[in-house]
Design a protein around this ligand. Sequence first.
Ligand code: SAM
Length: 213
Amino acid sequence: MGLFGKKLKQEHKVMLQVERAQGKRLPEYHRATAECPQPERWSMYDSMTAEVEVLEFLRTLVTTIKPKLIVETGSFLGVSTLWMAEGLESNGLGKIVSCEYDPVVFAKAKEKIAASPLSSRIELRNESSLEMKIDGTIDLFFSDSDLPIRALEIKRFLPQISPYGMILIHDASSHLKVVREAAFELEQQGLLSCVFLSTPRGIVLAQKREGRK
Ligand SMILES: C[S@@+](CC[C@H](N)C(=O)[O-])C[C@H]1O[C@@H](n2cnc3c(N)ncnc32)[C@H](O)[C@@H]1O
C-alpha cells in the first residue's frame, strides 16, 4: 500500500525497490520453467529491468549488427536503453528512440538519461507504443512494454522494420504465456521467423519474413 492506503502500481512498487537495492546485482526472481529450469543462474537489478545477461546480449547485438535506428517499447528506468546506447556509442553511429507510457516512470528515466554521457544517442518519449510515430527504417526493434499489446505493437511497426534487421521480443517464457503465444501466432501468420531463447523471462529473436532475400 502507498500513501493514503492506495494500492501502488507494480511499476511504481519496483521503482521503490530499485532505490533500496542501490544497483546491487540480485539472483533472478523468475520461477523455473521447462525451458529454463535454473533461473537462479541468471541475475537481475530488479524485476522490471531485463535480466543482466539479456542486457549484455542487447549491447553485444548492437555492436554486432550496427543498427542506425533502434526502437524500444517500454523504457521503464532506461536501463536497457542505456545498455543499447553503449553499443551505439562504441559503434560511433546510430540512435535509439524509446517510449514509456507511465508519466511518473518516464520522469525518473528522463532524469537518469539526462545525467548520462550517452544521452545524445537517446530520444525518450512519454507516449504509448500504440501511438508513437517513427520516421525512417527501423534496424532493431525491442518489444518490452505491456505484455498483452506486444503483437499489436509489432504489427504496427512491421512495415517500417528492415527485413535485414532484427526484432527482439522480451518476456516470452512459457510462464508469461501471452507473449510466447503472440510470437507463435505471428510466426503462424507468416509475418515473422522466430527463435526462442531459453532465458528466465524468455526472449525471442525474430526477423520479418516479407522482403527477405
Ligand atoms: C518490462 S518494463 C521495461 C523494462 C526496460 N525495457 C528494461 O529492460 O530496462 C515495461 C515498461 O513498459 C511500460 N509500458 C506499458 N505499456 C506501454 C505502452 N503501451 N507504451 C510504452 N510503454 C508502456 C511500463 O510502464 C513499464 O515501465
